[in-house]
Design a protein around this ligand. Structure first.
Ligand code: 13P
Length: 247
């Protein structure tokens, strides 16, 4: 099995209007030649316009969440099929801001993963421990438990990735040490092999949480780190490009 193709994905979260499309265009214009696949996940309102703007470029557009059902009376929600129709190729699922702020459980995340696969979207499935869980020595158990609970067997044979995002590192400027990142990524890889057999060696395991141009090279070259899921530093093309080029 060859090493996973790295993926660098930007999660714009609830940021961006039409005026921000220039940042995505600047990334597309300048990111060429790197080893990584590159994606930007803007808010749902921008998916269609960003997909049109980036058509023909190497930068893929992704979504940040989906509803598991295909259609129906779910006011305010967006289905995986709708995201694909708007031009999304990937979707972030189980982000800690959804798990904490919207009560998303592993079981719900797993149903959303199945919905994404049904719509032909590539899921990026997020896991990560809180600071209290890390301090209690539970980080490995919590995260590998989230992996087991959030990844349905339907992923076999499909394209997907896992993103390890320690909750306490998101938007804080704090990052785990390189050896803490490696320890977690190795444990996630072992869990993926346990769940999917030899195929579990294929998906990239991204790191997310305060990745910026100045720390990207060290993080991206750590063992079993197959890319990054980038929040704040993905909003500005120059910062995001600095991370892409660090690989
Ligand atoms: P920051 O890069 O802003 O810490 O956010 C990480 C994140 O949550 C990406 O999904």
């Amino acid at each position: 099995m060859t090493a996973p193709t790295p993926l660098i994905a930007g999660n714009w979260k609830m940021n961006g209007t039409a005026a921000s499309l220039g940042e995505a265009l600047a990334v597309a214009a300048q990111q060429g030649g790197g080893r990584a696949r590159v994606a930007i996940c803007p808010p749902a309102t921008l998916i269609q316009r960003m997909s049109a703007a980036l058509a023909g470029s190497a930068v893929m557009v992704g979504a940040q969440d989906c509803r598991a059902e295909e259609a129906g009376a779910f006011t305010g929600d967006v289905s995986a099929e709708m995201l694909a129709d708007a031009g999304a190729k990937l979707v972030i699922l189980g982000h800690s801001e959804r798990r904490a702020g919207h009560g998303e459980t592993d079981a719900l995340v797993a149903t959303k993963v199945k919905a994404a696969l049904r719509a032909g979207l590539e899921p990026i499935i997020c896991v990560g421990e809180t600071l209290d869980q890390r301090k209690a020595g539970d980080a490995l158990g919590v995260v590998t438990g989230q992996v087991r609970g959030s990844l349905p067997p339907e992923l076999a044979g499909k394209a997907w990735s896992v993103a390890y995002e320690p909750v306490w590192a998101i938007g804080t400027g704090l990052t785990p040490t390189t050896s803490e990142i490696e320890e977690m990524h190795v444990a996630i890889r072992a869990t993926l092999r346990d769940l999917f057999g030899p195929e579990g060696a294929g998906p990239a395991i991204l790191y997310g949480g305060s990745v910026k141009p100045s720390n990207a090279a060290e993080i991206l070259h750590a063992a079993e780190v197959g890319g990054a899921l980038v929040g704040g530093a993905s909003l500005k093309a120059d910062d995001f490009l600095g991370i892409i080029r660090a690989l």
